[in-house]
Design a protein around this ligand. Sequence first.
Ligand SMILES: Cc1cc2nc3c(=O)[nH]c(=O)nc-3n(C[C@H](O)[C@H](O)[C@H](O)COP(=O)(O)O)c2cc1C
Length: 303
Amino acid sequence: MIDLSTALGPLELRTPLIGAAGTVGSVVDFSGVADLSAYGAAVAKSVSEDPWKGRPAPRVAPSGLGMLNSIGIQNPGIDAWIEEVGPHIEKVSVPVWGSAVGKTAGEFARVAAKLETVGVQAIEVNLSCPNLEGQGMFALDPGATREVVANVRRAVRVPIGAKLSPNAEDIAAIGSAAVEAGADWLVLTNTVWGAGIDVRTRRPLLSGLIGGYSGPPLKPIALRCVLETRRSLPDTPIVGCGGVTHGEDVIEFLLAGASAVCVGTAHFDRPRTASTLLREVESIMREQGVTSLRDYIGKVEPW
Ligand SMILES: Cc1cc2nc3c(=O)[nH]c(=O)nc-3n(C[C@H](O)[C@H](O)[C@H](O)COP(=O)(O)O)c2cc1C
């Protein structure tokens, strides 16, 4: 009997797969498209205090084997979100996590407190949005990270995960600040800054010029972030996030030290991909005679 369950800080997850924020809508609307039983949890798109209209089109573009986006966290604001999505959250067949975003530590905390009222199981603190116009990224600075996470920690009782950026110069230092401030786990990582230009029109692929790059090319970068952070913070639970497309990618992140992994861009090609991923993971486990997924966590071997 193969055991696909895993633990993440205080939470038990039935599978290691987590629907990545921004790629599974509000989770409630995703339930009509995907098989939610394949996930241990799913993260609703980030929400801010006031409505954000996001960046103008074009804001998504394929590039190489990955994808560029500069959505700019378009969202209706927490009050409208709660009215629309809130009543359905506890009826969905997967634990839903909220994702808070903001321009100040106070805004993050107020959004998180409201998210908690509708029954989310946990809250991700999105410190790493690559598309916040005119504002630096919190996840590049340990002090800013500490301040936001500490404010969210004081505002809610549910577990919180800090979502960091591969653009950080020293991701382990940022992770350490987040954990000291009360994060229960780290999500490694959000998209990496990227850009593209159409050589015929000579215009950027994104109206915002620079956006976030995701998908398979992000995997080695996210994996490096997991390895570096695990080395510095061996007791901190980690969610690996970046380019997961095949069962092998899931196991690679676990070996590097993640306890669970997000599935993001892969949903745009195949919304039901999580069920396939789980079958692939099970098949590798059978082949290797591994019965519990937890036996992979952090078990990368040295040369
Ligand atoms: C279109 C799009 C929208 C996203 N929106 C959010 C968001 O609202 N909040 C967030 O924390 N991450 C957001 N992300 C980042 C993903 O959750 C994930 O961290 C990233 O895409 C890397 O994983 P992947 O390579 O599997 O997609 C978004 C990604 C994409 C592609």
